[in-house]
Write a protein that binds this ligand. Sequence first.
Ligand code: TYM
Length: 340
Amino acid sequence: MSTHAKRIFSGIQPTNGLTLGNYLGAMKRFVEIQEQDAEAIYCVVDLHAITQPQKRSDLLHNTRELTAAYLASGIDPSRSILFNQSGVAEHAELGWILGCTARVGWMNRMTQFKDKAGKNAEAVSLGLYSYPALMAADILLYHATHVPVGDDQKQHVELTRDIAMKFNNDFDAKDFFPIPEPLIDGPAPRVMSLRDASKKMSKSDPSDQSRINIRDDADTIVKKIKKATSDAEPLPSEEDGLKDRLAAKNLVSIYAALAGVSKADVLAEFGGQGFGVFKPKLAELAADSLAPISTKIAEYMDDPAEIDRILQDGAARARSIAAPILDQVYDIVGFLPRRK
Ligand code: TYM
């Protein structure tokens, strides 16, 4: 595996099922990257999930269901490493060490914490606040070079870069941690809510109408797209014409990402047509794209023991990369050698 120049790491939280935003901004990209034959490590980040309250049974179910979604979307555990974060204790250990490198001033700038904590910042968990240091540990523990994420995680990857540079500097460790690059590409790095195109499509939006869930059935998908906010104008023929039309831009981006084409290609086909024509085509494309994934998720979920086996095997392989790197961190920091 180490013959690859690039090492990819990314993760998704096992909370409330995947949205079309997670799928287009992350999962579909992960599969494309795997096809480019990069060395890729994909994680079900269960330690991150508990930064907000989780019922035991939900966490267990969501961990297995997200794994099933990775497999159903095309992640092949014999080519990529697929594992759950709590299965490799080194994440938590490095998370602590990097929490001592990160500065409180840096954490205070994290917009996702502000959004998630809302007016209740005093009452949320300490873990929610320190979470970006754990995310930095996830990435740096593997000396990952590239991190495919949606646009909303860009700030956390930038923080990871700052933490890596400060650690290398503070401990005179030169280039010990490579400085990872965010990979934020594809036509839909930020899928917006179907009800309010100024807001991100999110699992936590109280309105189910605002999002498409990867396991929604065809009928539900068609209804949600039909009701999605749009405008009265026909679609433009050039991308420039989408500039001030957030809802139209969102729907065109979704179409492009699902079809695997560019926004320009979509506009070349639909420019001049209204939403009366475009929406049914989009709904059909979304339903046809997600149906086989839903079916496969259900099949994988029929055999939870097999899912657990895949995660355990992935965790053992992940650990074989992570453990020697954490051994070196111990040495760099001045801890006695780790017990084998
Ligand atoms: P999470 O679980 O919130 O989201 C998983 C991935 O989905 C992307 N995403 C979106 N992309 C486009 N449009 C949207 N509306 C949308 N909503 C979510 C996210 O950007 C993300 O790529 N902190 C991370 C998980 C994580 C991680 C890591 C990622 C933990 N450790 C290390 C990369 C590397 C998170 O909460 O993602």
